[in-house]
Write a protein that binds this ligand. Structure first.
Ligand code: HAM
Length: 433
């Protein structure tokens, strides 16, 4: 029988990758905390109605990509394709918007979209994101964008990414623009690609985003959104704040984003290639969202970054990956009862001391008994990925001592078993060149 495979587009993350994930998650949490954002965790399953209308009935996400099903109790549920709507729901339910605004929340976790899997595009993928609720002023748009820049700088990829921004105007301005676009594309319908033709009536804005060359040429001459005075002033302020922070950006009228809840500022950070999935991060303002899910009027602005795509950029930028955790194997030369208990005792002391220091900074393992001599023990420890070995025999047991050997260069030191701090310092010390 062949091994059962994971679901297409969903990946296992194993120890060779999880260290880099953990390091990135920790860096992101530190970065968001520095801006006053605190973590929220919402369920992975939500009622389908939460997403269907707010993300846009005619968007790809809702029409084709949601993992939606009816559960045993007849409820219509969906695996979350994104987290913004759920975070707004959670904040409203808990009344966080009633505290002095803005409520600043961040999150990270798995999202699910049934897209066609390819490099950088998965059906289960992961996002970090942040949402600021209750702040209509342009400072928040700038703060969110600057926070993204800070995160990318911490990841060593700031120089690889291009920031693209656009002004979608108010809901009314968008509706008027949509009408004009519909008329324009209807007049050119025979020259559009098939996917765009199907969007003319329901989602003409999305045609601006088409990657088809002929459609692009038609879209280039389409009527532009004419933001009213207030919308233009908001966007100008955002740009002035970005200029003052010396952040370079491109303006692109074709940036419409794949979700419907946006108004005014939208932005994306793009990787340096023109694959479709080159967006590492996207976000913007969504001032109508809270009301549309039954809440009070509440301004909102946020972003989400794709963890897989960010890690791919870090790799491409040769951003240093975390060093492997030092790993000490405590082995007895002869696994008789007394020696085995002695080795176990040393391992337990060291684990307790390491944990008391708050750390997963040293990994301490015990190999299975196999009756092998010192040479074989060392070889096996090295094969198992250990960086150090403590080999104990009858002499060590009598003297209550332990000799620790660093496998990289053979350096070794003898310690009394009580000297746990010294032992951990030796094991955790970086190798001299
Ligand atoms: P989004 O643009 O749909 O926005 O997704 C944000 C990021 O998630 C993308 O830039 C990309 O890096 C990553 N991503 C999306 N789909 C996939 C996929 N199939 N495979 C791998 N990575 C993917 C949102 O989700 C909004 N909630 C962002 C937001 C927050 N707007 C305001 N607040």
């Amino acid at each position: 029988m062949s091994l059962i495979q994971p679901v297409r587009g969903m990946r296992d993350l194993l120890p060779s990758e999880t260290a880099a994930w953990r390091a990135l998650e920790a860096a992101a949490a530190r970065c968001f905390a520095a801006y006053g954002y605190r973590e929220a965790r919402t369920p992975v399953l939500e009622k389908t109605e939460l997403f269907a209308r707010q993300l846009g009935e005619h968007t790809d996400v809702v029409q084709k990509e949601m993992y939606a099903f009816t559960d045993g109790g007849g409820e219509n549920l969906t695996l979350r394709p994104e987290a913004t709507v759920a975070v707004v729901r959670a904040a409203l339910a808990a009344g966080l918007h009633r505290a002095p605004p803005p409520a600043r929340l961040f999150y990270s976790g798995a999202m699910f979209r049934r897209e066609r899997p390819q490099k950088g595009r998965y059906r289960q993928f992961h996002q970090f994101g942040a949402e600021a609720l209750g702040a209509p002023a342009p400072e928040i748009d700038a703060e969110i964008i600057l926070m993204c820049r800070r995160l990318f700088a911490m990841c060593g990829v700031e120089d690889r990414l291009t920031l693209v921004i656009n002004n979608l105007g108010s809901a009314e301005e968008r509706a008027a623009h949509r009408g004009k676009l519909r008329d324009y594309f209807r007049a050119h319908i025979n020259d559009l690609d098939e996917a765009s033709r199907a969007r003319v009536d329901d989602n003409p804005l999305r045609i601006l985003d088409s990657k088809n060359a002929q459609t692009q040429a038609i879209a280039a001459a389409a009527p532009r959104l004419a933001p009213g005075k207030e919308s233009a002033a908001h966007f100008d302020s955002v740009k002035r704040l970005l200029d003052a922070a010396k952040l370079r950006y491109e303006e692109d009228a074709a940036l419409v984003r794949g979700l419907d809840y946006y108004n005014l500022t939208v932005f994306e950070w793009r990787a340096p290639d023109d694959r479709r999935q080159n967006a590492v991060c996207g976000g913007g303002r969504y001032d109508g969202l809270a009301e549309s899910i039954g809440g009070p009027p509440l301004a909102g602005c946020g972003f989400a970054a794709g963890v897989e795509r960010l890690l791919a950029e870090m790799e491409a930028a040769n951003s240093p990956t975390p060093k492997p955790t030092p790993s000490l194997q405590v082995a007895a030369i002869d696994e008789g009862d007394a020696l085995g208990a002695f080795a176990l005792n040393i391992a337990e002391r060291l684990r307790a001391a390491s944990l008391a220091r708050g750390g997963d900074d040293v990994e301490i393992t015990r190999p299975p008994a196999d009756g092998g001599g010192a040479g074989r023990r060392i070889k096996k420890a090295s094969g198992a990925g250990a960086t150090h070995i403590a080999l104990v025999g009858e002499d060590e047991l009598r003297a209550r001592e332990v000799t620790i050997k660093r496998l990289a260069d053979g350096a070794q030191e003898k310690f009394a078993v009580e000297d746990v701090d010294e032992i951990l310092a030796f094991v955790g010390a970086p190798l001299r060149d």
